[in-house]
Design a protein around this ligand. Structure first.
Ligand code: TYD
Length: 145
């Protein structure tokens, strides 16, 4: 079984969407290995989003990501990395296909214009391993084949 890392971002937690998002995962046949509500530090997000820290949108994105607790987890399932990305939809909710989480649940950008897209999912096997190690430690990452 493949594994991936996911987040429900602060807008998803604040707006009471945790149950709806997790229900979609369960109905899709994914199982939960880990689930945790956390309030990360900026350093943790800098490590998680290391490829984006120099982007012009990064400071605004950090205001959004640090605006409240997030739910992090590991899910297992058949081709779960790609399947979860498909379920999330395109990065920008306005481009996400109807039926995807980002299309169905994301609301307007915040008052600073930052896109709030509700969920995250690792984009490859290597990212899943790296992100699982970052958030849940070496032992959890070793289970990623
Ligand atoms: P990215 O890894 O490109 O997308 P995804 O989350 O779909 O894997 O970007 C990570 C996050 O960075 C994205 O979810 C939201 C934020 N972001 C912006 O705020 N503005 C942007 O122009 C981009 C590309 C990303």
């Amino acid at each position: 079984m493949e594994k991936t890392f996911f987040m429900i971002k602060p807008d998803g937690v604040k707006r009471g969407l945790v149950g709806d998002v997790l229900a979609r995962m369960e109905k899709r046949g994914f199982t939960f290995d880990q689930l945790q509500l956390v309030t990360p530090t900026k350093e943790q997000f800098d490590q998680h989003y290391y490829q984006l820290v120099d982007k012009p949108f990064y400071p605004g994105m950090m205001d959004y990501m640090m605006s409240g607790p997030i739910l992090i987890g590991i899910i297992s399932g058949y081709e779960v990395i790609e399947s979860w990305r498909t379920m999330m939809g395109k990065t920008n909710p306005k481009e996400a296909a109807p039926g995807t989480i980002r299309s169905d649940f994301a609301q307007a950008p915040n008052d600073k214009g930052e896109m709030m897209n509700v969920v995250h999912g690792s984009d490859s096997r290597d990212s899943a391993k790296r992100e699982i190690e970052l958030w849940f430690g070496k032992e959890a990452a070793e289970e990623v084949k």
